[in-house]
Ligand binder design. Sequence first.
Ligand SMILES: Cc1ncc(COP(=O)(O)O)c(C=O)c1O
Length: 375
Amino acid sequence: MPIYFDHNATTHLDARVLEAMMPYLSGPAANPSSLHRYGRLARDAIEAARVQVAALVGAQPREIIWTSGGTEANNLAIKGVAQHQRGRVLYGATEHPAVMEAAESLAALGQVVEAIAVDARGLIGADALQRPLAGEPVRLVSLMRANNETGVIQDIAALSGLVHAAGAWLHVDAVQAVGKLAVNMDELGADLLTLSSHKIYGPKGIAALAVRSDVDLALLQHGGAQERGRRGGTENVAAIAGFGRAAELAMEELDARCAHYAMLVERLDAGLRAIGGITIFGDGMPRLPNTRQFALAGYDGEALLMALDRKGIAVSSGSACASGSGEPSHVLVAMGFDRVTAKGAIRVSLGVANTLDDVERFLQVLGDIARSLRS
Ligand SMILES: Cc1ncc(COP(=O)(O)O)c(C=O)c1O
């Protein structure tokens, strides 16, 4: 049986989510902006999903803007705020490329954009944030709640007060945190927050940006009045309905899912230590309960990934986006790891359908690889 350990890249579609989508995939064609009864049914489905998705992150339904993915939501947050009112934009050095590159695109247009350094644990301390916050006005700070590679969790609530005291808005990329941690915009102090359906057993191609009502955004997509004029384009009703159901399930099952991950990851951690010669990134830090990133001394991450793939085990080397680039993970480089160690990284991200047997098989295969390397 193949073993899928790449859930931070994407998850399978939950059968209950597919069931919620079916009426809008196979029913009468209807544009939710149409006034006839079919249009109204489609509109109702979208608004019901808005309530479900908002509840998952402690937002109001009217604060949810549907987007095509976490990537678009991050772009909308960063460019939308910065293009509405100019000012400096800051982002964490270990952010996902959808934040880093969106911010850097503003730099190319002449706006001042700065990366905030992380420490060796992958965290941004108050000092590291205070320095770039001083000086010329900052419009937006973008920080991730949990890192997609290492799983390290940033204490956003401890930093949001500093961001607001400097007169800036705080955007939180919570794509990896949602469904694995309780996420609440108020508790985090987030003014904008990104979440994505396909990371929580929902369909791909749909995500959301939650935006507090006092935050003004420039429009990036012109040509339609959808989403209260904040993002034009006919909505993907089936995907939105599926995202809503996935959000509802993620909330209902959060505790059970986390307990399952914790049970699997405890065995994984113990097994990795027993193999020896393994560097676990973010070790000892609060991390996502399903995520472990590590390197086996003497093995290149992509070579290890392929060796595991030949045994039917799917993992990732660093982030899916960096895979195949030959470049070491920018996350590990920002944490101060040398390029060789960083290039050794592979990431295991567990999912709800994984079992202890999967973990045992993985440890056995990895142990064999490590032993053959040593002999
Ligand atoms: C932290 C983070 N932000 C944003 C994204 C992009 O989300 P999407 O794949 O929905 O575009 C990802 C995807 O891996 C991610 O891990």
